[in-house]
Design a protein around this ligand. Structure first.
Ligand SMILES: Cc1ncc(COP(=O)(O)O)c(C=O)c1O
Length: 375
């Protein structure tokens, strides 16, 4: 358990502009490595995960008769919105990060159906399709939360997608590949809208790095750029990935960064173990997993909201992945709405060292305990 003296020690070690979470800043690294990736044999690059998805869905509608996409009931609503923009019907099957397997029991599949399967937060392993579904239906995997997982490497899906900008410090990027070497949609060029989005994002990342290094900069400047870039990423026309992001991708020390993510996840999960009002979601296979973030689940939405508000006041910015109480599609089970109201995604990537992780854990514990005393 986290002791008050230890917490004081960590807090005194924080540099002036220390903060945790939110968007990547540009980080300098010197060990340039070209890391193999599951898409190396055949991959198409896009400006975002949503662009990759929409390119594939439009292609599937035009050339493979896709009419309806089945998505897990626990899924990002912004991404779902982009699916709907293609004109495809969207239906849900029951699956979420606390479930063991997708549940297709209630699904009445028909010709023209395609299924989206998701490696939630990089916590899952591959469950072979012939064991979980008896029908011959085309399947797309979303590997955004760990594009280098063993599941991504050995997927039995027809196509796989990952948003690269969510796991790597690139200002834009998404990738689509087919583990079965099926055809991909024709490659697309970079649109002006996405070029501007990427440039704005890159400037935001660099300025955030300078801000964290104590340069005299106002935070709103990079935050506004990043907000403006996100708006541009939501505009319809599908775009390729910019040449600078593609180029950076070839030099990132992926294995080292995954190792740091794994280590940081472990620190958080150990520090936050055995707390009666909190659960940490665990990977199915601890030895191979490299979770996207540390998913913590509170006993009540009220305690989650209280801790979140206190964390933000302490410069810790977790994410809610994903808000489902304002869903744009029907049939989301109450258990998933409840999970989304009680969870926080705590960043554990390569930006952070062991002390950062311990400090963030100590804050979560302190605020969560304070909440008990309040009621
Ligand atoms: C699991 C998952 N898939 C896809 C996406 C879409 O990525 P992008 O924002 O690059 O379109 C996201 C974005 O948050 C995501 O979390």
């Amino acid at each position: 358990m986290i002791k008050a003296e230890r917490m004081l020690k960590f807090s005194m070690l924080r540099p002036n502009r220390w903060e945790h979470g939110s968007a990547f800043h540009w980080l300098f690294y010197s060990n340039f490595v070209s890391t193999p990736a599951p898409w190396n044999k055949n991959g198409n690059f896009y400006a975002s995960g949503r662009d990759a998805f929409r390119a594939l869905i439009l292609y599937g509608q035009a050339s493979r008769g896709w009419k309806r996409l089945w998505i897990p009931s626990y899924y990002c609503q912004e991404v779902t919105k982009s699916f709907l923009s293609t004109g495809i019907d969207v239906a849900v099957y029951i699956d979420g990060p606390e479930d063991n397997l997708p549940d297709f029991n209630q699904c009445k599949f028909k010709l023209g159906d395609v299924i989206l399967r998701v490696n939630f937060f990089g916590l899952r392993v591959l469950h072979p399709l012939n064991k979980i579904i008896k029908k011959d239906i085309e399947v797309v995997d979303d590997h955004t939360h760990d594009p280098w997982s063993s599941w991504a490497w050995s997927s039995d899906a027809d196509w796989c997608i990952a948003s690269l900008r969510k796991v790597l410090p690139v200002p834009d990027g998404g990738v689509l590949w087919s583990p079965k070497n099926l055809p991909l949609p024709p490659a697309v060029s970079v649109t002006n809208v996405r070029r501007v989005a990427s440039l704005e994002n890159f400037v935001a990342m660099v300025l955030k790095g300078l801000y964290l290094a104590n340069y005299p900069l106002d935070k709103d400047i990079f935050r506004n750029l990043s907000i403006s870039a996100e708006k541009c990423f939501a505009i319809k026309d599908i775009s390729g990935m910019t040449e600078w992001s593609k180029s950076l991708l070839t030099s990132f020390p992926i294995d080292e960064w995954r190792e740091l993510r794994r280590r940081n996840y472990k620190i958080l999960s150990v520090e936050l173990a055995n707390i009666p009002w909190l659960t940490v979601l665990k990977p199915e296979d601890d030895s191979s997993a490299c979770p996207f973030s540390c998913i913590i689940v509170f006993d009540t939405p009220e305690r989650r909201n209280y801790v979140l508000q206190k964390l933000i006041a302490s410069h810790v910015y977790p994410a809610i992945l994903w808000p489902l109480d304002v869903a744009i599609i029907d049939n989301i089970p109450q258990k998933h709405v409840s999970l989304s109201l009680r969870m926080l995604s705590i960043h554990c990537d390569m930006r952070y060292n062991k002390d950062d992780m311990k400090y963030v854990s100590s804050l979560i514990y302190e605020f969560g305990e304070k909440y008990i005393r309040k009621v």
